[in-house]
Unconditional design. Structure first.
Length: 220
């Protein structure tokens, strides 16, 4: 018969410096995901001060929400206390600091992650992308416009099964299938001492002078 393969995703942490061929016995810790085909580890970010804790945030963008049909591939983010991680671990055996589970069908919440003081109040915030987020508009659905969700570090974060609805604030794309938040980064563009957030929407379409639609992509 055929051999069955279970695909859960795995996270590896290595000590620096590294040289030569990296071997599995050089890891500080590994974590194996718990959801089949969830793509655990697609997004990773580490903070030394979010909620006053040293945390690692790990995205599983193909994870199902609380309803495996209507919330299929909604995505989730798991936050873990870094100080408790050592050796070869199973996510299912750990006690997360918090689990943020989304509800938006096929939204892929957790594809990209980073920590940054977005609201400039002195506390790091957790920023989560959902590049295929769908938006209801005037009884219609705008598919895969994409969104970014921000969870403030100035108050205690708690686990939620509708994390995309309780974020402290969010930005959503405007172009159907544009996939706003497919990638993002922070940079001080004009050397002013203040960072700017750059967000890509690589499938954004524009209307050309001859009234045709072209998928050109966009950067915000």
């Amino acid at each position: 018969g055929f051999r069955s393969h279970q695909i859960y995703g795995k996270l590896y942490a290595f000590s620096l410096p590294l040289s030569g061929i990296i071997a599995s016995n050089q890891t500080v810790f590994t974590i194996c995901g718990s959801e089949q085909l969830g793509r655990f580890g697609s997004g990773i970010a580490v903070s030394s001060s979010f909620n006053g804790q040293h945390l690692i945030a790990i995205g599983t963008p193909h994870a199902h929400g609380i309803n495996s049909v209507s919330n299929s591939r909604a995505g989730k983010v798991v936050l873990l206390d870094v100080s408790s991680l050592k050796g070869d671990l199973l996510l299912s055996s750990l006690t997360p600091y918090a689990i943020l589970t989304a509800t938006n069908y096929n939204g892929h919440f957790g594809s990209q992650l980073f920590f940054e003081d977005i609201d400039q109040n002195g506390s790091e915030d957790l920023v989560v992308s959902s590049p295929t987020y769908n938006v209801a508009y005037l009884n219609n659905s705008l598919h895969e416009v994409g969104a970014i969700f921000v969870f403030s570090g100035s108050h205690q974060i708690v686990s939620s099964n509708n994390a995309d609805k309780i974020a402290d604030f969010a930005w959503r794309g405007i172009s159907p299938y544009g996939r706003f938040s497919a990638a993002h980064t922070l940079i001080d563009i004009n050397h002013s001492g203040k960072k700017q957030l750059l967000v890509s929407a690589p499938r954004t379409t524009i209307q050309t002078p001859d009234a045709t639609q072209e998928m050109t992509g966009a950067l915000y």
